[in-house]
Design a protein around this ligand. Structure first.
Ligand SMILES: Cc1ncc(C[n+]2csc(CCOP(=O)(O)OP(=O)(O)O)c2C)c(N)n1
Ligand SMILES: [Mg+2]
Length: 574
């Protein structure tokens, strides 16, 4: 039976199990939108800016493990997606971006709203397609989903000229893809696995650095087995947070620029590092020449391009993390490493990186800690970028797999709110909190309207410090306290929320924090709490730019009067 290109696209999306599309329409994608009502199983969520669509698709993908889909018209609609696509690319998030394009006869004529979006997104997509024949559309969609979700996941863009959406062809959805040049290596090479096993079994001071690859691969159990059998402590990257329970006795939390001091000290002292599904990003390694000076490095990653890119690697293992860990677990012998674990415990006590000092003012760390306590650690947290993001990473305790959704590679302010929408739409039974900055929120605040129109019950905690805080922190520490362009005004967020139809509260004092969080949780729908926090609070620990992990700055000693340090001390073997 013949179908239009628009119908073929929708049929193909249904075949791929798509349930939700985030987007905004326009002339070049109108035939496709006109067809959507024929497919009630495809829920369309109208966003207010295409960047929000891409981030929501990304948040949906990260929260569910499925492919997220976003849609935009040609020209400005397509270019508005670009930041969101780049964000998904750098964090290996599987999204499909569908864009309308001007009709084929107009391509190359600078037609109204014509832009070469495949050219623009070439370096920030895993692959992209300009559809030139309606007969190839189903095959392209099949390939696009396969590419997005397999191997190292990433965004794929499909640009569909308007006339192709109207043209007709027979619909056959291929059962398989035929991509001879694309065969991700899924199983580690046995000889490399043997080498890794020997190193691990002989190690005295081994350390695991786990990244988002563990989450993508669904290898939480396998990682835990390896860590427990060989008694190897685990640090994670920012995006690896929640791949290993943070309350586990072997967990050392996050490493890197704002990682735990003891996690960075562990990297510095380790003799064997097993790096799993991570890519040695500079925020994690700090100065590469000073990284893990005493360690042999085993690097497990599905993407061969990551091996040896940033740091020297002694044993590379290319493969899917879950498969490789399964193979390792068969050969690893039990170990104890009592002295090493004792040493790490001493460092943890000497350098309590997550303590919160006593203070008259409202500290952002305290707010995050209370969100953790009230949600019992069971929420999905999304973040903005900056200090708010680091406090959310440091002071919430992520035991639940895959519970932190944050923009790591691109560091995109404005990610938090639309990502929360995607996460909540994908996981309606989970509590989703967006912990945002007053600057970050203002970048995508218009998505409050999406939340209301679609009744997406996300909870929003704004850490309002009146600054582009993270940049202000750099100016304070490295630019002689010259606060150029970082003081930031904001509208009254509670009134803004109310204007959109979302109830909200402003909190200025410690004793109001817990009741406000509880009220937000008890409310059925979306809720915003604006926390007016200490304006010049800094994120510690901090490895200054250009320094190595060993040169970590900790909170000034005078700040060391602790009121709460329960969260990240190990309590149990989960
Ligand atoms: C889109 C974008 N523009 C600029 C930056 C640079 N930048 C990084 S953190 C930051 C400040 C963020 O301010 P806010 O959201 O208020 O968070 P805070 O650090 O105050 O918690 C800026 C401007 C960025 N990461 N993303
Ligand atoms: Mg701020």
């Amino acid at each position: 039976m013949k179908m239009t290109g628009a119908q073929i696209l929708c049929e193909s999306l249904v075949k791929e199990g798509v349930e939700v599309i985030f987007g905004i329409l326009g002339g070049a994608i109108l035939p496709l939108y006109d067809t959507l009502p024929q497919y009630p199983q495809l829920r369309h969520i109208l966003v207010r800016h295409e960047q929000g669509a891409a981030h929501a698709a990304d948040g949906y993908a990260r929260a569910t493990g499925k492919v997220g889909v976003c849609m935009a018209t040609s020209g400005p609609g397509a270019t508005n997606l670009v930041t969101g696509i780049a964000n998904a690319y750098l964090d290996s998030s599987p999204i499909i971006a569908i864009t309308g394009q001007v009709a084929r006869p107009f391509i190359g004529k600078d037609a109204f709203q014509e832009i070469d979006i495949t050219g623009i997104t070439l370096p920030i997509t895993k692959h992209n397609y300009l559809v030139l024949d309606v007969g190839s559309l189903a095959k392209i969609v099949k390939e696009a989903f396969h590419l997005a979700r397999s191997g190292r996941p990433g965004p794929v863009l499909i640009d569909i000229p308007r006339d192709i959406q109207i043209d007709q062809a027979e619909f056959h959805y291929p059962s398989q893809v035929d991509l001879p040049g694309y065969k991700p290596t899924l199983h580690g090479h046995p000889a490399q696995i043997k080498k890794a096993v020997k190193l691990i079994n002989e190690a005295q001071q081994p350390l695991i650095i786990a990244g988002r690859g563990v989450i993508i691969s669904g290898a939480h159990a396998e990682l835990k087995q390896l860590a427990e059998t060989a008694q190897i402590p685990v640090v994670t990257t920012l995006l690896g947070i929640s791949c290993f329970p943070e309350s586990h006795v072997l967990s050392l939390g996050m490493l890197g620029m704002h990682g735990m001091a003891y996690a960075n000290m562990a990297v510095n002292a380790a003799d064997i590092i097993v790096a799993i599904g991570m890519r040695f990003d500079d925020r994690a390694t700090a100065k590469v020449s000073g990284f893990a000076p005493h360690a042999h490095i085993i690097h497990i990653d599905i993407d061969p391009a990551e091996i040896g890119k940033n740091v020297r690697v002694d044993v590379p293992i290319v493969g899917d993390v879950k498969n490789v860990l399964n193979a390792l677990n068969k050969l690893i012998i039990s170990a104890e490493h009592i002295d090493w674990l004792q040493q790490l415990d001493d460092w943890r006590k000497e350098h309590p990186s997550t303590e919160i000092r006593d203070s008259d003012g409202l500290l952002p760390q305290y707010v995050v800690r209370k969100i953790y306590e009230v949600t019992k650690g069971e929420a999905i947290i999304t973040t903005g970028v900056g200090q708010n993001q680091m406090w959310a990473a440091q002071h919430y305790w992520y035991d639940k797999p895959n519970s932190l959704i944050s923009s790591g590679g691109l560091g995109t302010m404005g990610f938090g709110l639309p990502a929360a929408i995607g996460a909540k739409v994908g996981c309606p039974d989970s509590t989703v909190w967006c912990i945002d900055g007053d600057g970050s929120l203002q970048m995508t605040i218009q998505e409050l309207a999406t939340i209301v129109q679609e009744n997406v019950a996300v909870k929003i905690a704004v850490l309002s410090n009146g600054y582009l805080g993270m940049v202000r922190q750099w100016q304070e520490l490295f630019y002689g306290k010259r606060y150029v362009a970082t003081p930031l005004s904001a509208p009254d967020f509670v009134k803004v929320a109310e204007a959109y139809g979302i109830p909200g509260l402003r909190v200025k004092h410690k004793e109001e924090v817990v009741p406000a969080i509880e009220q937000a949780m008890e409310h059925q729908g979306p809720f915003l709490v604006d926390f007016i926090v200490e304006p010049e609070e800094n994120v510690y620990p901090m490895v200054p730019p250009g320094a190595s992990l060993a040169e970590v700055l900790e909170a000034p000693k005078k700040e060391r009067k602790v009121i709460s340090d329960s969260a990240k001390l190990p309590v149990s073997n989960i």
